[in-house]
Design a protein around this ligand. Structure first.
Ligand code: PGA
Length: 245
């Protein structure tokens, strides 16, 4: 794993966005794996600003999101479909039918998981996956203990994850208890992975990732088995760690 040290959140977002823009220009039909949450917001605003200023085009790009809450429809402001539309897709020239987020309100969520996995296979997988990391080491919504062999599946969210995400909802009780997430094996099939880590609250997770063993109790540790991972972390997350960039 290569690690790039950014000065702060803005710098991390800019480095990651520039990297993605370069790839999109180089490979106009690139398939991007996208993430939601607080971490990638700055990346998306940089992509929008660049699209408006420099005209980087997403006409041929396909996107696949990591996860979605079970029970929230795309017009619910807390759904990840809504997040993606409002924080990125509505502001660039991507074709909406080339954007995929698991559907959280479908009757048969298990079938939706299978279909999502099939969709990824049909399109020959993700070229570049953007990832955040949970304080407990989760990637996507793969909580500690998830099998490294897992494919897209339904998960029960850990209390700490619901607590961490409650900041986006009015009340903790409103945070769904389940989600659909790409599995760990699904994520590992991506040809390249960019892992973003920002802030003091992610410091311990980054340390465990860099210094700990590969262990299903810390899902992100699987990334050490991937041949092409770049971590972009800011100073607050790296503080005190010895890293070689
Ligand atoms: P965050 O979440 O970007 O909102 O911190 C990342 C994650 O939990 O994967």
């Amino acid at each position: 794993m290569r690690i790039i040290e950014a000065t702060d959140y803005q710098d991390m977002s800019k480095i990651a966005a520039d990297y993605i823009i370069e790839k999109v220009n180089q490979f106009p039909k690139i398939k991007l794996g996208l993430a939601t949450g607080g971490t990638p917001m700055g990346i998306y605003s940089n992509l929008i600003a660049d699209h408006q200023k420099n005209g980087t085009s997403y006409r041929g790009v396909m996107t696949f999101n990591l996860d979605e809450y079970v029970g929230l429809s795309g017009d619910n402001p807390n759904s990840y479909r809504y997040y993606m539309n409002h924080n990125l897709f509505n502001h660039i020239d991507i074709q909406m039918n080339n954007t995929f987020v698991p559907r959280g309100t479908i009757d048969d969520v298990l079938k939706e998981c299978e279909s999502y996995e099939e969709l990824l296979t049909k399109h020959k997988g993700i070229d570049l996956q953007i990832l955040g990391i949970g304080a407990n080491g989760h990637i996507g919504f793969n909580e500690p203990g998830t099998s490294f062999q897992s494919q897209t599946h339904v998960v029960e969210l850990a209390p700490s994850t619901r607590q961490a995400n409650a900041r986006f909802f009015n009340r903790l009780e409103e945070v769904p208890t389940q989600a659909i997430t790409m599995g760990i094996a699904t994520i590992m099939k991506s040809r390249e992975i960019l892992l973003l880590v920002s802030g003091e609250q992610k410091k311990d997770a980054l340390k465990t990732l860099l210094t700990g063993n590969i262990d299903e109790r810390f899902p992100a540790s699987v990334l050490k088995n991937h041949p092409y991972v770049t971590i972009i972390a800011d100073k607050a997350a790296i503080a005190g760690l010895k890293v070689h960039s």
